[in-house]
Design a protein around this ligand. Structure first.
Ligand code: FAD
Length: 402
């Protein structure tokens, strides 16, 4: 079997790369180890930016619901920032439907899809890339796109490293609930909730209401390897979080935990996201907002960017690392500084957040800036000094008003 490009992993990164490559007439194979439709541990929240950039998501009916506001609590829950908007704050998807929908769009554009096949190895030589499926089948191509998630086999086999030294953990459950009950608790505006540093966790808790589901989870930044002794187990935190949400009447009292699932998230990009005949996208490359855990946006963006560079490399017959480095230059110039700042902030997570939430709760303008950053409409890197000045101003105002 021979293709121009083989994409390993059919999550948002892989299917997006497959769609854009196939549209350019590139002979593309998209392979995934799972049988589709498959679910993926996720909150399923999308930024407004991803909707703007990939309009076909809405046109193809892949969105489950929209949220028009949120309430974000400080660790003590003494302070909260509430925002409500007339425009969409976040879109919600069910990953099983969303990911399969993206795969179907790639197939409609001409990609070949092979599911239920685990890629065990890749071999790069001067004239081709070879992937090896578990059952012993080999597939040749010019370039391999590694979109195989946080524990990427492609990254490892291409010598690009892994995320084992630094990753976050999240646990969650998506509860089917009647839409009338969701209307009652979260209104038709589907207000989302966030609890910073919930129950002392170095992370946060989220409640994402959807059309007929509520997705509730907690995420922490400390990797398992570095977890200090005596810290509460994340599943225990989750159970206590559900109890607390019931006590505060944020969720219905009869909601029952059935099947908590968990997964890892990368913390920061790998040092290098390309090699001879190889490009890494999405979680495999570590492209994620490690402060919020939001990675679908970066997965789709990187898949689309990779498709552009790979198409060019094939046309020019330059599939070497030197040419493919263009991909990394593009994503770095677009958002490396933002990702670095998110990553640095996540390591400090919780420090000073009580104060920040208190100050922001009293100032709509600052709350709006934070919201625009979370929606992907503003770059945190470009706004950091303005935000800092605003927080200093609010702190002084608070001090003199006492
Ligand atoms: C609990 C949790 C909550 C999250 N919530 C959000 C959220 O609300 N919003 C958001 O934007 N992001 C969220 N994220 C992050 C988001 O899920 C990821 O960033 C996103 O899925 C990355 O997409 P991807 O295509 O790079 O990888 P994935 O979606 O992980 O897809 C990788 C694919 O590769 C396949 N694969 C892996 N290895 C192989 C192999 N050897 N051979 C063949 N196939 C292989 C897998 O089966 C999988 O289908 C969350 C993550 C977690 C864990």
């Amino acid at each position: 079997m021979k293709y121009d490009v083989v994409i390993v992993g059919a999550g948002p990164a892989g299917s997006t790369a497959a769609k854009f490559l196939s549209e350019k007439g590139v002979k593309t194979l998209l392979v995934d180890k799972s049988k589709f439709p498959r679910d993926k541990p996720c909150g399923g929240g999308l930024t407004a930016r991803v909707l703007r950039q990939f309009k076909y998501i809405q046109e193809s009916d892949l969105i489950d619901s929209y949220s028009y506001g949120g309430v974000f609590y400080s660790s003590s829950r003494k302070y909260k920032v509430s925002v409500q908007k007339s425009e969409i704050v976040a879109a919600m998807v069910l990953r099983k439907k969303f990911d399969y929908g993206l795969v179907k769009l790639a197939i409609d554009s001409g990609a070949t899809f092979l599911d239920g096949k685990n890629i065990a190895d890749i071999k790069i030589s001067d004239d081709k890339a070879k992937i090896l499926i578990d059952n012993g089948t080999n597939i040749d191509s010019q370039i391999v796109v590694g979109a195989d998630g946080v524990w990427s086999t492609v990254a490892k086999k291409a010598g690009l490293g892994n995320h084992r030294d630094s990753f976050g953990i999240s646990v969650f459950e998506e509860y089917p609930i009647k839409s009338e009950t969701i209307d009652q608790y979260f209104t038709k505006k589907r207000i989302v909730y966030g609890h910073i540093k919930i129950l002392g966790l170095a992370g946060y808790g989220w409640v994402f209401p959807k059309k007929n589901h509520v997705n509730i989870g907690v995420g922490e930044y400390a990797s398992l390897a570095k977890k200090p002794k005596g810290m509460m187990n994340i599943k225990e935190v989750y159970k206590k979080y559900i109890q607390l949400l019931k006590e505060e009447k944020i969720i219905p009292p009869n909601l029952k935990i059935k099947d908590i699932k968990g997964a890892a998230l990368p913390h920061h990009p790998l040092d290098k996201t390309y090699a001879d005949r190889v490009i890494l996208c999405g979680d495999a490359a570590g492209l994620i907002n490690s402060l919020t855990g939001e990675g679908i946006d970066f997965a789709m963006y990187s898949g689309c960017t990779a498709a552009g560079v790979v198409t060019e490399a094939l046309e020019l017959d330059k599939c070497n690392a030197d040419f493919l480095s263009k991909y990394e230059r593009i994503w770095k110039s677009d958002f490396e500084k933002d990702l670095k700042l998110f990553s640095r902030s996540s390591r400090q997570w919780g420090k000073g957040s009580e104060n920040i939430i208190k100050l922001v709760s009293e100032d709509k303008k600052t709350a709006d800036i934070f919201l625009e950053i979370a929606m992907g409409n503003l770059s945190i890197h470009k706004y950091k000094w303005r935000l800092l000045r605003r927080l200093i101003y609010l702190k002084l105002k608070d001090f003199f008003n006492r």
